[in-house]
Write a protein that binds this ligand. Structure first.
Ligand code: PRE
Length: 105
């Protein structure tokens, strides 16, 4: 069925404006995450070179404490901020581990 027979319904202008902002914010998040992973990739290489473990629970605890404080100040749920950071760090540790495994192969 062609789009001409079923044209998309008109979108409310306020919903369109809000969705445009959401799309910009989502793009910024992607670019920021990509930059963060570029950094952590270098950290992973350094840690493999100087023989440090992939994870650093003390550093993570400090990061979580700091982000929870920032989240509270920004009216964002601190538990969500914790979950979000923990999710990202878990992926970083996976990258560190696979870098080390490839390096030792
Ligand atoms: O700072 C480090 O040591 C990292 O490896 C980076 C990072 C992070 O993504 O922020 C990841 C794993 C560590 O457990 C702590 C922090």
């Amino acid at each position: 069925m062609s789009g001409a027979e079923h044209p998309a319904p008109a979108i409310h202008p306020e919903l369109k404006r809000l969705r445009d902002s959401i799309d910009n914010i989502d793009a910024a998040l992607i670019y920021m995450l990509a930059e963060r992973f570029k950094c952590t990739q270098q950290v992973g290489a350094l840690k493999a070179r100087i023989d440090l473990p992939s994870s650093d629970p003390g550093r993570e605890a400090a990061q979580i404490e700091r982000l929870r404080r920032l989240a509270e100040g920004a009216n964002l749920d601190p538990d969500f901020a914790t979950k979000f950071l923990t999710f990202i760090i878990k992926e970083v540790i996976r990258h560190h581990d696979s870098f080390r495994a490839a390096d030792q192969a």
